[in-house]
Design a protein around this ligand. Structure first.
Ligand SMILES: Cc1cc2nc3c(=O)[nH]c(=O)nc-3n(C[C@H](O)[C@H](O)[C@H](O)COP(=O)(O)OP(=O)(O)OC[C@H]3O[C@@H](n4cnc5c(N)ncnc54)[C@H](O)[C@@H]3O)c2cc1C
Length: 381
């Protein structure tokens, strides 16, 4: 079998992992206590499948981790924090952390006894992350952080947050991105819960960093390689957001298909009417196509091709986000009035599905990236 073929056809090991995670998801389902699901999935090693074996992980890659998130979502119990804790923070620490940082954080992130949030978005920068102003100043042996972040997920349940800040280059005066681990209860680290219209266990927060003092070892990796390190974490983030969207889309579609096979208001089930069947078939095709791109992005990333993974991960996130929004919309419609009831649990996905369209990078910013980077078109900004 050629290398290309192996990335397109799932190995027996991956199929076994998929079946095992699907069984765990089926056991818990959409009404489960998310903390219990997180703890059990962690204990079984599913949340750290991508982390190195020597630090308690499964020794796999983003291929395995995205498969886990997709299956949990397809069972109705997605774990949003998988996108940030093992995928972004775990990856960045495993690739760029010091030996001490790896030993301090990775075993906990791998078995989910420790959770880490990730904060990059700022109120005045938004999609333009070049404009972030959270700054880190060196003061003797310490770093002093000041700034604000917004929409950061899970800060209340995370033991620490990986904060993207900037330090000043002593030679050029230019600000360089740098990553810092800030403990949940660090003095000066404030958080305000933002009320969202999303039915999810994970909450979003506005953060204030007001002279937060950190020991020197809280800087992850090299001060001069911040951008490279950041991108190493952002590609897994996009692949994992695609997995989140695919899981949700598959969950909604399965519910609609079951309903369309049973519900009969004329002579035959509503699923026999092409006006119901075709949009569901279309949703299935779009989800499968997005999944193919997600698998390609994960395979490129796991093979060490950060650059190639960048384009594929962006396209996968775009395709999965759009496929998820359309699948949820069609699923709700298929159930008629029941689509909007609490009992059937589909209407609550309408806002949830939109998350993958706007975060961690919006649909438009991916279209911009593909226009400029893949097609070489000029920029408007
Ligand atoms: C549920 C949820 C969880 C999140 N979790 C986290 C987290 O854990 N950590 C974190 O750091 N952030 C998190 N975010 C933030 C998220 O990444 C941002 O919301 C996202 O990057 C968009 O930024 P913004 O909201 O400031 O929108 P803006 O940048 O203000 O954009 C608003 C609109 O303008 C469009 N737009 C902007 N610039 C352009 C342009 N040049 N061309 C065309 N259109 C443009 C955008 O596409 C968008 O539609 C989360 C957000 C949500 C909703």
């Amino acid at each position: 079998m050629t290398t290309t073929a192996t990335t397109l056809i799932e190995s027996e090991e991956l199929r076994d992992l998929r079946a095992a995670v699907a069984a765990l998801g089926a056991k818990h389902g959409p009404d489960a206590d998310p903390t219990a699901v997180w703890a059990e999935a962690g204990k079984l090693g599913y949340l750290g499948v991508n982390l190195p074996e020597e630090y308690g992980g499964g020794g796999g890659g983003i291929t395995e981790l995205s498969l886990v998130l997709e299956e949990m979502g397809a069972a109705g119990c997605p774990q949003l924090m998988m996108i940030v804790s093992p995928a972004i923070c775990g990856t960045v620490i495993a690739r760029f952390g010091t030996e001490e940082q790896k030993r301090r954080w990775l075993p906990g992130l791998a078995d989910a006894s420790l959770t880490m949030a990730f904060g990059i978005t700022e109120p005045d920068a938004g999609s333009n992350s070049h404009r972030i102003t959270t700054t880190a100043r060196r003061d003797g042996d310490e770093w002093v952080l000041n700034g604000r972040k917004v929409f950061v997920s899970g800060v209340d349940i995370a033991d620490a947050t990986l904060i993207v800040g900037r330090t000043e280059d002593a030679r050029t005066g230019r600000l360089k991105p740098c990553l810092f681990i800030v403990d949940r209860d660090a003095p000066g680290f404030g958080r305000r819960h933002i009320e969202m219209e999303i039915d999810a266990a994970e909450k979003q927060f506005e953060l204030t960093l007001d002279d937060v003092r950190l020991p020197a070892d809280r800087l992850v990796g090299d001060e001069d390689a911040g951008l490279l390190q950041l991108f190493a974490g952002l590609n897994p983030e996009r692949v994992m957001t695609a997995a989140f969207a695919l899981g949700m889309g598959r969950y909604a579609l399965a519910k609609a298909v079951t309903y369309a096979k049973e519900r009969t208001v004329w002579k035959a089930p509503i699923g026999s009417h092409q006006a119901i069947a075709h949009p569901l078939a279309q949703a299935h095709i779009e989800l499968e196509l997005a999944k193919l791109m997600m698998q390609r992005a994960a395979a490129l990333y796991d093979a060490g091709d950060d650059f190639g993974a960048g384009e594929a991960a962006n396209m996968a996130k775009y395709a999965a986000g759009e496929a998820c929004v359309r699948a949820v919309d069609q699923a709700v419609h298929t159930l008629g009035g029941n689509g909007l009831t609490r009992e059937y649990g589909l209407a609550r996905l309408i806002t949830g599905a939109r998350v993958a369209r706007i975060a961690p990078v919006s649909r438009e910013m991916i279209l911009n990236f593909v226009s400029h980077s893949s097609l070489g078109l000029p920029k408007s900004y």
